[in-house]
Design a protein around this ligand. Structure first.
Ligand code: UD1
Length: 422
């Protein structure tokens, strides 16, 4: 099959209403957590994206039966008997290592291929391992595979993370739920997706408190006390933020539904600083802009700080602002590859270490560009909507990893965006 590209006609508008899908970063971990329920769990509002297909494959490889009906995924983990995740899948999607915690929680052991480097920096898993070691897990590396064993069973412990890593918090949580005694994760990640996972674990019979705060307490229960559940994934704040940037770029008015605006406080604050009118309701956010885009200073930080997954989209906004902006990336190394693509469209951006200095320009020109990662891909399509002339976005498999029907949703907002065979 020949690769597809996205073709965008410029000088476009984005107005109307769009509903976001369930959060990719939540759904992936919720699916992994079904391993603890030992029976058929249903996870609803799961986005139709390729990363979810990879996670479904990971679970099937372990022996689970995974079926999908629309946005509801049923995972029957009753017959799971394998605890090995092959390189072929981990190399496709790093988040496959999210099964490490629940496998340890269920079997006291796991064998998971080591994730390699990745385009947005080193992305180590040392904190996952150090935390799990506190619970009694021993690790060895064997021919590229990480072997985990808890010879004396899992026991509760106080674990202080050196950085509030999302993945480490999740893996620790999903192992600690069956440990003997109490585990406290200090400096835990506070992302809304962590809260979603804590809620689902509690629906399965786990005893987790403090999700969404820097200190999460887990009272271990016996594995036999855990049961399947039926859970609805929270809305995707990054998808919502991406469409809001689209509204800010074109002026809107644009309304995003299916999202709790509290998940995006910092991003909404920055949109207002940049001159946008932002309104919120219980599960929607509206945006419009009539004046100039104002420059901004942004530092990415763990939640509730500004999300690194919206950095590229806001760099695009800043590129068209009336003045000089600075964006500092504190979460990942090498997450500025997007800047070079945007400069090919006429942006004026200088990168120095983990700072991006952006001098606003009046307009961008359509050009052939390549998605360097998922969020950069989303931003390049938006850049095409606002640019003069035609933009072709290549390597759109990155976009398909995390945005459900991105071209279709942008079309429904009035943009001329289509997928074509290259
Ligand atoms: C998750 C999200 C990703 C988001 C990120 C930060 C998923 C599937 N992905 O990634 O979209 O950008 O949170 O919000 O949910 N680190 C270490 N050692 C570790 C763990 C992490 O050094 O053991 C470093 C990483 O290299 C990175 C930083 O900590 O620089 C943040 O990583 P982390 O919060 O763990 O992100 P992920 O869970 O990988």
């Amino acid at each position: 099959m020949s690769e597809e590209i996205i073709v965008v006609e410029g000088n476009g508008t984005l107005t109307g209403e769009v509903r976001v899908s369930g959060a990719k970063n939540s759904a992936l971990k919720l699916l992994a957590a079904t391993l603890l329920g030992q029976g058929p769990s249903v996870v609803r509002n799961v986005p139709l994206i390729s990363d979810i297909e990879v996670m479904s494959e990971v679970l099937r490889t372990l022996g689970a039966a995974v079926t999908r009906e629309g946005h509801a995924v049923t995972v029957d983990t009753a017959d799971v008997s394998s605890f090995e995740t092959p390189y072929e899948l981990v190399s496709k999607m790093r988040a496959s290592i999210s099964v490490l915690g629940p496998l340890i929680g269920r079997f006291g052991r796991a064998r998971v291929a080591m994730p390699g480097g990745c385009q947005i920096g080193a992305r180590k898993i040392d904190m996952h391992l150090a935390g799990l070691e506190h619970l009694g897990v021993e690790f060895t590396v064997d021919h590229g595979y990480l072997e985990a064993n808890a010879p004396d069973g899992l026991h509760g412990a106080e674990v202080m993370l050196t950085f509030p890593s999302v993945g480490a918090t999740e893996n620790l949580l999903m192992a600690a739920v069956t440990a003997e005694g109490t585990t406290i994760i200090e400096n835990a990640a506070r992302e809304p997706e962590i809260v979603d996972l804590c809620n689902m674990l509690n629906e399965m019979g786990c005893k987790v408190t403090g999700g969404g705060t820097p200190s999460i307490t887990i009272e271990g229960v016996d594995l036999s006390e855990l049961h399947p559940c039926d859970h609805v994934t929270v809305g995707d704040r990054i998808e919502a933020g991406t469409f809001l940037v689209g509204g800010a770029l074109t002026g809107g008015p644009l309304k995003v539904t299916g999202i709790d605006p509290r998940f995006l406080r910092m991003a909404l604050m920055k949109l207002r600083e940049m001159g946008c009118d932002v309104e919120t309701g219980e599960d929607w956010i509206g945006i419009a802009r009539t004046g100039e885009l104002r420059p901004v200073e942004i530092q990415t930080l763990p939640h509730p700080g500004f999300p690194t997954d919206l950095q590229a989209q806001f760099m695009l906004l800043a590129a068209l602002a009336d003045g000089n902006s600075v964006i500092t990336e504190n979460v990942f190394e090498n997450r500025f590859m997007f800047a070079a693509e945007l400069c090919r469209m006429g942006a004026n951006i200088t990168i120095e270490g983990h700072h991006a200095f952006i001098q606003g320009v009046k307009s961008l020109q359509g050009a052939p560009v390549s998605s360097t990662d998922l969020r950069a891909g989303g931003a390049l399509v938006l850049a095409g909507v606002i640019a003069e002339g035609q933009t072709t976005v290549h390597e759109i498999r990155h976009i398909d990893r995390g945005y459900e029907d991105y071209a279709g949703k942008l079309q429904s907002l009035g943009a001329d965006v289509k997928r074509v065979k290259a």
